[in-house]
Design a protein around this ligand. Structure first.
Ligand SMILES: *Cc1c(COP(=O)(O)O)cnc(C)c1O
Length: 382
């Protein structure tokens, strides 16, 4: 067989051909009206996707760079914060905050479990003087999403700011920064924004900007005030990742022409189809509140989960993702964010059925996952 490769991981995600090809064009200089025009168009497009009137800053970094930017620009040594750790990425908030000497109350939630606004309200009540709450829109390590709108209502009634990691979620699931009272929203280019890795995005509410004025943590490359000053001149403090910005303009054209509502509906259809398909072959979801970004599926009893992922990746070249440490092999993750179409899901599910049969798991009717997915895809196709 020709080994055709299918990227079905929750980041990096596939990039549309028209977006790939603009990276092959000659590099233009970044201090030119030509680049500034593109740069400002991207900034505007990002505001649309973030659901905010605030400026969205473009950093040459992976998503974690924007997470660090949120922390170091708003807080001072010894400040009290709450971080919600419901998986690998929520855990990262705690790691960043502790690295900068913040007094960190880390709420640890078992992977796949939910955390409610009421629980958050109780945490804030029990930890007076908290300056910031750090949470995750879509926990990519588990496929769970969280009630950011509810968190926004809770945190808005306090002195604290709400900082949301929307790195995989923004662009695949609803998150309206201004309406939902999110104070800092961060995202990254290689998840739902349909371009390669390398750019990170961040926006601040007026409440967050107030904290920026008093923040004493050390900062230089990610000093957001430098970005704000330079954006007034339609530029960046440092050399921007020119080709990626141009690719983002092209990908935002696709997003804008479809419109956010339809884009979110699309991911909802893919999510529903994937969930129905794995249930149809007797498998279980990990997340209590699964999102439409990716689907984490528990490895069925009697199957070696690491072998399952390796077979899908290496034999069928259907590059889904394993669970991350310390849960490797316990579940696997099928992605449907970014530039994924209905047939990407069908590919993943077909490879999954074939892999399960290869590994001797045959408690299902071959084709049952595909039939369940196809039904939902046909109904949702528009
Ligand atoms: C991918 C991801 C990150 C980390 O982003 P990098 O680009 O690898 O730095 C953080 N949070 C979430 C939710 C993610 O999906």
């Amino acid at each position: 067989m020709i080994k055709k490769y299918y990227l079905l991981s929750p980041g990096p995600t596939p990039v549309p051909e028209t977006v790939l090809s603009v990276a092959a064009e000659p590099i233009i200089h970044h201090r030119t009206p030509e680049f500034s025009r593109i740069f400002m168009e991207v900034t505007e497009g990002l505001k649309y996707v973030f659901g905010t009137k605030e400026d969205v800053y473009i950093l040459a970094a992976s998503g974690t760079g924007a997470m660090e930017t949120a922390v170091i620009n708003t807080l001072s040594p010894g400040d009290k914060v709450i971080t919600i750790n419901a998986g690998k990425f929520g855990e990262r908030w705690g790691n960043i905050c502790r690295a900068y000497g913040l007094e960190t109350r880390e709420v640890v939630i078992p992977w796949g479990e939910d955390f409610s606004p009421e629980q958050l309200a109780a945490e804030i009540k029990n930890n007076p003087g908290v300056k910031a709450v750090f949470t995750t829109l879509s926990e990519t390590s588990t496929g769970a999403i969280f009630d950011i709108k509810g968190f926004g209502q809770v945190v808005a009634a306090t002195e604290a700011i709400l900082v949301v990691d929307g790195i995989s979620g923004v662009g695949a699931t609803a998150c309206y920064m201004d309406d939902w009272k999110v104070d800092i929203l961060v995202s990254g280019s290689q998840k739902s924004f349909m371009i390669p890795p390398g750019l990170a995005y961040i926006a601040f509410s007026p409440k967050a900007w107030k904290l920026v004025e008093t923040s004493k943590l050390p900062k230089f490359y990610f000093d957001i005030k430098k970005y704000r000053k330079n954006l007034e001149k339609q530029t960046t403090p440092w050399t921007p990742a020119v080709s990626l910005v141009i690719q983002q303009k092209k990908a935002l054209d696709i997003i804008k022409s479809l419109g956010m509502d339809k884009l979110l509906q699309h991911h909802q259809t893919l999510g529903q189809a994937t969930r129905a398909a794995v249930k149809a072959i007797g498998l279980e979801l990990l997340a209590k509140r699964p999102g439409n970004i990716l689907t984490a599926v528990k490895t069925p009893a009697g199957v070696d989960g690491n072998k399952l992922v390796k077979t899908m990746q290496n034999k069928y070249m259907a590059y889904i993702s394993n669970a991350q440490d310390p849960h490797k092999g316990e579940f696997f993750r099928i992605a449907h964010l970014g530039y994924m179409g209905g047939f990407d899901i069908v590919t993943a599910l077909s490879a999954l059925e074939m892999t399960l049969l290869d590994l001797g798991y045959n408690k299902f009717q071959p084709g049952a996952a595909l039939a369940a997915a196809q039904k939902i895809l046909r109904e949702g196709w528009q």
